[in-house]
Design a protein around this ligand. Structure first.
Ligand code: UT7
Length: 333
């Protein structure tokens, strides 16, 4: 890894989760399932859904929360990146909609599509803009309204997903010991068969037939994804530790993508971490795709658990397949 003159560091966080809660009991009333199965197989107890509005509403509220907590004007933002697989529409980008909604008059922006790895892919992207020296305030939002693409008659997937958004502000630091230190990122397009939404794009534009065949919903072969996710997320996390000579006791927290508690625990065990070194909120929100990592980091930071100088490892795995891990040194007091 070559040293750079600037590093990108997270200097602010924000989040938004909708009020409406769907608990496991609710799913017992709509599909053939039960709380015991959902809890033991996934760790999920509740998830949130946005009843009115789109992904940009989740994202704009998370950005507003970030700006409020920083006492910062939206006009200071240079660039907005929205990681999402549930954009408001194909175009304009959700980043443009968010730019308007928050009043970020001086920002440009774009969307990034990397499913559950959207935040880690976005962080590497946002950091590059900062490290170039050209941009000083980059807002990265992980936002997904998963309820918009969830088939609530499919028990294999409907119990897993929820809606949320979380945003981070990235700024340059000349103290290279803080901020994003390293990333390992991967994709493997052979994962398409096991996890996809086939309808609505240029391959299968919307027709009566695509609607009848439920092609506008998420399809997941859970067992197939589980097998590769367990290996991929842990391998990437081990790689980032080894590349940076980090021992398990050096790690303050692993912030893993929240898809399944069993995948999180397997990653914890591969790294040899204790339970209290692993950030978890899957029981409250389920899998919120691009939002999971910033959301759990925001909650732990706001609970006073993350301190300046803490060494964090982010790890994600998702559709594509896409996956990766990052090493970050926290710089907010
Ligand atoms: O975030 C993006 C990446 N995605 C992931 O990382 C998700 C990875 N996969 C998973 O988390 C898990 O595979 C699931 C939670 C989706 C499923 O857990 P599993 O232990 O792999 O279950 P399974 O798919 O092997 O299904 C076991 C059984 C099946 O019944 P049979 O075929 O054994 O009779 C399913 O039909 O459980 C059944 N099942 C359910 N039963 C009750 C599937 N969904 C449900 C349900 N309630 N909701």
């Amino acid at each position: 890894m070559t040293d750079k003159k600037l590093r990108a560091t997270i200097t602010g966080v924000g989040m938004y989760v909708p009020d409406k809660v769907l608990d496991n009991k609710y799913f017992e009333s709509i599909v053939e399932t039960n709380d015991e199965w959902i809890t033991s197989r996934t760790g999920i107890k509740e998830r949130r859904v946005l009843e009115n509005g789109a992904t940009s509403d989740l994202a704009a509220r998370a950005v507003d929360d970030l700006l409020k907590s920083k006492n910062m004007s939206a006009e200071e933002i240079d660039l907005i990146i929205v990681s999402t697989i549930t954009p408001d529409m194909f175009f304009p980008s959700t980043a443009c909609v968010v730019q308007r909604k928050v009043g970020a008059k001086n920002a440009w922006g774009f969307d990034l599509s990397a499913a559950c790895s959207g935040f880690v892919f976005g962080l590497e992207t946002a950091a590059s803009f900062i490290e170039s020296g050209k941009y000083k305030k980059v807002v990265l939002v992980g936002a997904d309204k998963m309820s918009a693409i969830t088939d609530y008659t499919d028990r294999n997937t409907c119990i897993l997903f929820g809606d949320a958004a979380s945003a981070v502000l990235l700024e340059p630091t000349e103290d290279l010991s803080y901020g994003l230190q390293d990333s390992v990122l991967y994709c493997d397009g052979t994962g398409e068969d096991a996890l996809h939404m086939l309808g609505g794009g240029s391959r299968n534009p919307a027709t009566h037939e695509t609607v009848d065949e439920k092609m506008h919903y998420i399809y997941q072969d859970g067992r197939a994804v589980f097998k590769v996710a367990v290996v991929g997320m842990a391998d990437a996390a081990v790689e980032i530790l080894e590349r940076n000579n980090l021992k398990r006791e050096d790690i303050s927290f692993l912030a893993p993508h929240q898809a399944n508690m069993r995948i999180i625990n397997a990653t914890r065990d591969r790294l040899g971490l204790q339970n209290d070194q692993v950030m978890v909120n899957i029981h409250k929100y389920g899998n919120t795709t691009a939002a999971t990592i910033p959301l759990v980091v925001t909650e732990y930071y706001r609970a006073g658990k993350v301190k300046k100088g803490d060494k964090l490892v982010f790890a994600a795995f998702g559709g594509g397949y896409t996956w990766g891990a990052q090493y970050i040194v926290w710089s907010i007091d």
